[in-house]
Every structure is written in structure tokens, then in C-alpha cells.
Design a protein around this ligand. Structure first.
Ligand SMILES: [Fe+2]
Ligand SMILES: [Fe+2]
Length: 311
């Protein structure tokens, strides 16, 4: 007889690359920058790819499934227009309250250099430590990394978002964040927590080219290897990928999720989010990933169910 399974310790949903549409009307002065190229690009093609009705379908499904927590790994907006940040804040509120949703920025959220007060500050309650995280790790003044703790699960949130030249979508973590990250991973590891790292750009060398990749991917992956993590979640590539990185405390599973709004009829991948059922297994952890997808149809389906680690 099959032994009954206990409900998972923690269910974490992960979605990314929202690219919220429609893009609000841009004032002429807002287009005197890199935005003009993005604006043309958006109206020529991207607006047909990032579809609001698909995003709404997926987020409704996600909310109905009541995960314990939701992680949003960046690219909430497109061109960095002031109104886009407000609309994205509204979208976050519909997803859940700040204590149930953690967000980090992507390269599109730092499309042009802007004062935080008129941009990502609108998302601040979603981008800061919770009390249990704060008790373990003090957020540096720059705001990243910050730590949220939910019982046996610790989330370390990074920012790889930097303003770049036109046609460049690269990111960087930088020396300071890498050293704080090392410290946070050590602290959470000593507590015996399941450590989840959130980052917009793919964290491993070779996962994206020079124009689009994380400039310090090699150094970041060395930090992860030396200090350990259990799960690393990212976006940016708009594709589903699963990698393993051997670390001092066993394998870190590195998963990239497709965009939550990108769905072109007949093209793979469909818009998708992933759900992680995390539970203790002996001295380690069992992690099951469930993929939920939406394409051109009016329903969301389970596109994948896979155990990522058993120990
Ligand atoms: Fe993106
Ligand atoms: Fe991106």
C-alpha cells in the first residue's frame, strides 16, 4: 500500500517577466532617451507577444491555488514610463498583499535611470525584508539583498537590474551584493533553512550572451558554490530551464521560468508559472515542481510535474 503523503511544508509560486500591457501613452519628453527605440519596438511587435489576457488567466489560476508565497522575478514593466510603475504596483496588489508576495526588479524595470521615488519605490512593500528575515540578516542600505523568512524557508532576494545602453539587456550583482549574499547564505544555512535565491538574470555563466547576460555570473556562481543554496529562481530568458550547481551543501537547483504573459499561437514555450512544493525528507529536502501554462486557449493546464530533488 502506498504510504500517505503529508501536505508540503511550503508551496512557493514563481512567475517572471510580466511585461505588463498595455503600455501607457508616452509623453514626448519621456521618449527623449533609450525609450524611443523600445517604444517603436513595442508597437511594432512586442505588444502582440505580451498579452494581458494571458497574464490575467495565469494569475487568476495562481491566486485560486493559494500558494503560501509568490515570487516575482522582474521585468514587470517595459519602457520604464512613470505610469507603468504605478500600474505594476496595482497588478502586484491584485496578486496578493506584500507579506505574501516578494518582488525583485529586472532590466526593463531599470530601462532608463530614474529616481526610485517615481519608479520601483511604488513596489517597496514587496521588495523588503519581513520581520523574521530581519531578525537573521540586516538589509544593507542599498536595499539588496533582503531576506524573508517563513518558518523553515528563507528567501534571499537580489537585484541584477542596471540601466544599460540601447540594445543591451545585461545585468550585474556587484561586489557588495555578492559579499552580503555570502553572509546571508551562511546565516540561513546555519539555521538549517531551505534557501531560495531570487534573481532576474540567469545566474550561471553561459546562460545568456554578453549583451543580455549577467556580467558577474562567474563570481556569483562561485558564491553560491562556496556558501550553498537549495533553489535559485530566475527569469529574463523567457524559457523554462533546469540546471544543477554543485555546492558545498549539495546541489542547488537553478530554474528559469518562461514569461507569464508571452504567448504566440503555436509557438513554444507558452506563458507559464511554476509552483514548488517543498518538504523535509530525512536530513534534506524534497522539492516537486508543477508547471502551469496558458497559450492561445482560455484555460490553464498543468504542463509539467517533476521531482527536482529527493534529499
Ligand atoms: Fe523579460
Ligand atoms: Fe529581462
Amino acid at each position: 500500500m502506498k504510504s500517505p503523503r503529508f501536505p508540503p511544508l511550503f508551496t512557493l509560486a514563481h512567475l517572471s517577466d510580466i511585461h505588463l500591457s498595455p503600455v501607457p501613452h508616452a509623453k514626448r519628453r519621456h521618449l527623449l532617451s533609450k525609450r524611443i527605440l523600445g517604444y517603436v519596438n513595442w508597437h511594432r511587435g512586442r505588444k502582440y507577444v505580451h498579452r494581458r489576457e494571458i497574464l490575467d488567466l495565469l494569475t487568476r489560476d495562481l491566486v485560486e491555488r493559494k500558494p503560501d508565497h509568490v515570487a516575482v522575478t522582474g521585468d514587470l514593466v517595459n519602457l520604464g514610463l512613470p505610469d507603468e510603475y504605478l500600474r505594476a504596483a496595482d497588478w502586484l496588489h491584485h496578486l496578493g498583499p506584500p507579506d505574501a508576495v516578494t518582488a525583485i526588479p529586472g532590466n526593463h524595470d531599470a530601462y532608463v535611470r530614474m529616481h526610485p521615488d517615481t519608479s520601483t519605490r511604488h513596489w517597496q512593500p514587496y521588495m523588503e525584508a519581513n520581520a523574521d528575515g530581519d531578525a537573521l540578516f540586516t538589509t544593507p542600505e542599498a536595499g539588496f539583498p533582503f531576506v524573508r523568512r517563513f518558518g523553515d524557508v528563507g528567501i534571499v532576494a537580489l537585484s541584477s537590474a542596471i540601466p544599460t545602453m540601447p540594445f543591451v539587456a545585461a545585468g550585474r550583482i556587484g561586489k557588495a551584493q555578492r559579499s552580503y549574499l555570502a553572509n546571508a547564505l551562511d546565516t540561513l544555512g546555519r539555521e538549517g533553512l531551505f534557501r531560495v535565491v531570487l534573481i532576474h538574470h540567469p545566474p550561471l555563466p553561459g546562460q545568456a550572451g554578453w549583451r543580455r547576460g549577467l556580467r558577474d555570473a562567474k563570481k556569483l556562481s562561485e558564491v553560491l558554490q562556496k556558501h550553498g543554496a537549495e533553489l535559485v529562481l530566475h527569469g529574463h530568458n523567457h524559457a523554462q530551464t533546469v540546471r544543477e550547481l554543485e555546492t558545498v551543501s549539495g546541489p542547488a537547483i537553478v530554474v528559469g521560468v518562461p514569461s507569464a504573459s508571452e504567448a504566440v499561437k503555436g509557438h513554444a514555450p507558452a506563458a507559464r508559472y511554476n509552483e514548488y512544493n517543498i518538504e523535509r525528507a530525512g536530513n534534506g529536502w524534497r522539492v516537486e515542481m508543477v508547471g502551469r501554462a496558458a497559450g492561445s486557449s482560455d484555460h490553464v493546464w498543468e504542463c509539467e510535474r517533476r521531482v527536482l530533488r529527493e534529499r
